[in-house]
Design a protein around this ligand. Sequence first.
Ligand SMILES: C[S@@+](CC[C@H](N)C(=O)[O-])C[C@H]1O[C@@H](n2cnc3c(N)ncnc32)[C@H](O)[C@@H]1O
Length: 228
Amino acid sequence: MNNAAAPENRRDFTPLLGKSFLTPLYDRAIGIFTRENLWRQKIVEHLHLAPGDRVIDVGSGTGTLLKALMTDCPEAGLIGVEPDPAALAIARRKFGAGADLIKWHNGFLGNLELPKGWRPNKIVSSLVLHQVPLREKQAILETIETLLVPGGTVLIADYMKQDSHLMRALFRATVQSLDGVSDTQPSADGEVEKLFAEIFSEPRLLDRIPTVTGAISLWRGYKKGIAQ
Ligand SMILES: C[S@@+](CC[C@H](N)C(=O)[O-])C[C@H]1O[C@@H](n2cnc3c(N)ncnc32)[C@H](O)[C@@H]1O
């Protein structure tokens, strides 16, 4: 697939680790503090990619998940949606010559122009929703539902409900100290699960992984209206 980046970054976004100057440390920090291999591998397993699948990664960051997806199924079509040009540059470097096999959209999901005749049957997003305001969490989930083909699958891995004293304390001391409280607290209080259940059919918690930065939950749902 051709690369067709379309910069249109007039809206705000929270950088990878909350502050732009920390961006070069992102991959190392996620690797050390979030049990990254475990939850990324679970995403890959639950997505069941097959040749011909068309996948969007919302907030693709430094491209680590896209890399795992491409390794799992090189014949799947992949789009990375990412508003931060610094993150996108790291992602492209990570892919080297393979970067042009992915369509990179430097912007937001709502502004994504799909290639002609191309609609996603799978959409994934990891560690994005906790960083954005509540109304943006809802807008992203609703846009995902709209974009998916009938019967299409969504998988979200993120800091959602922190349901023990320990997880809440760890989340507060790490993620909230970097990303702030106003956008992250609704996630820690379980608001994303509520939105997810309203917007998608058959919402299912596949896993909840405790980490030293709080619990990361993996949820699956389907576009509404079509039985699986
Ligand atoms: C913590 S990083 C996660 C990156 C990547 N998904 C991963 O798993 O490593 C959050 C990413 O979401 C992006 N982002 C922030 N606001 C966004 C929005 N409204 N829509 C899409 N991506 C957004 C940020 O630029 C950042 O790259």
